[in-house]
Design a binder for this molecule. Structure first.
Ligand code: NAD
Length: 254
């Protein structure tokens, strides 16, 4: 499909001013300026070390105690515990304050959108959250920091305190299905959008990337903000290239 246009920040500001139901999709790129690396960007964790992808695969996680030990060490040192929301997270809160944000669908697990000040019911975390732990056997959920305290005290692979099962962050790994009700909420929101704004995502991971063609087919304008080309730029009415922390505040301010 033709029609992807690079640039046009002022034109997109005008579209935002004129509509009331904006659905935003965010990916790891919105949090890199808060110090949390993405996976597939030029400095991404997997770009630099393709083997790191194993830590995000449920099959290796369940089968190999060593993968779990490494995963707990990585969680212990995760930059999310000290990261602060940046100008782009705050710009999206401004969009909500202006009464324009219908839903914020995030692939991120860092909790920074909520920390920036969104009402929790607007944020749909399709890949779960790092702030909780889930038992893969009994499904019991508990705060991440409680389990991290056990790791810090010397347990390299702490089992579930209720049933002895394997614990994991309450996030969606490769090989795991998304929660059907959560993705259904995101799809419903995309169908209701007047404008869909995708920020900081390479749009390679489905079904989240599928929200873009879904919204477009239902009549929404599509705007993509990212530092490099995405897999779905050809579906956008406007593509804005640049640093997200600079572009979003200019786009979302009244
Ligand atoms: P991705 O890594 O596939 O893509 C991120 C995109 O953002 C890249 O195209 C990159 O060039 C761009 N980008 C990064 N920083 C930018 C900046 N400051 N300005 C402009 N562009 C910038 O990310 P994804 O599509 O979200 O997929 C990765 C998956 O990994 C997600 O499913 C997510 O669950 C998970 N993840 C989450 C976090 C987090 O919670 N912060 C971090 C890493 C990975």
């Amino acid at each position: 499909m033709s029609g992807a246009r690079v640039g046009r920040l002022d034109e997109v500001r005008g579209w935002i001013a004129g509509c009331e139901r904006i659905v935003v999709i965010t990916g790891a790129g919105i949090s890199t300026e808060s110090g949390i690396p993405d996976f597939r960007g030029p400095q991404g964790l997997w770009t630099r070390d393709p083997k790191a992808e194993r830590l995000s695969d449920i099959r290796y996680y369940v089968a190999e105690p060593e993968v779990r030990r490494l995963a707990w060490q990585e969680r212990l040192a995760h930059p999310a515990w000290t990261a602060e929301p940046n100008a782009a997270h705050r710009a999206l809160v401004e969009l909500e304050r202006r009464g324009k944000l219908h839903a914020l669908v995030t692939q991120n697990i860092d909790g920074l959108h909520q920390r920036a000040g969104h009402s929790p019911e607007r944020v749909i975390e399709v890949h779960g959250t790092l702030h909780r732990v889930v038992c893969l056997s009994c499904g019991r959920r508990s705060p991440m920091q409680e389990t991290l305290a056990r790791v810090r005290a010397g347990e390299s692979d702490p089992p579930c305190l209720a049933c002895g099962g394997i614990l994991k962050s309450d996030t969606i790994s490769f090989g795991q299905a998304l929660v059907p009700e959560v993705i259904a909420r995101a799809q419903e929101a995309a169908l209701e959008a007047e404008l869909l704004l995708a920020v900081g995502t390479s749009l390679q991971v489905y079904p989240v990337a599928g929200l873009v063609p879904l919204a477009r087919a239902a009549g929404a304008r599509v705007v993509i903000v990212n530092g490099e080309a995405t897999a779905l730029d050809h579906l956008a009415h406007a593509v804005l290239r640049g640093r997200i922390g600079e572009v979003l505040p200019r786009l979302c301010a009244a």
